[in-house]
Design a protein around this ligand. Sequence first.
Ligand SMILES: [Zn+2]
Length: 150
Amino acid sequence: MTAAIKLPPFSLLAKQPKIPHVAHTVAQNDVANEHGTPITFIVSRSRNGRSWWIRAAREGMRMSNTLHTTVEAKGQAWIAAVKAGTVSVARETSLSCDMTVSCKAPVTHIDNKGYVYCTSHGKHRALSVPCRAMRPGEVTKIILGETIKY
Ligand SMILES: [Zn+2]
């Protein structure tokens, strides 16, 4: 049984590790996503065999952030998952203001229960419960499916 691997969706804001030109492809496989579109997953290994990178692309377009590891077990798990086709790109969470379904303003605030709000709804929320403005990197983290502390 090969462990399933989920790659974070590509973000222009995320710093991508550079894959050296001398690294070679050690596993490559086209795996259909939930819409049936084939996504190409590639694992590269450095020439000295001590670094691995994994990424996903579709017709030359980057679909995932590039992940890097120097842990051999992790590199081997990536290779196995790509070969077995048990690899996917996590869907980007679309962030929207939790105050009302109809609010389409960009999310900027978070309350102490983890609900997120636009600026005006966030300021309104702060009158009754702890609610603060998020730092720029925090919005990105939430979009990538990571959690942040209040
Ligand atoms: Zn709002």
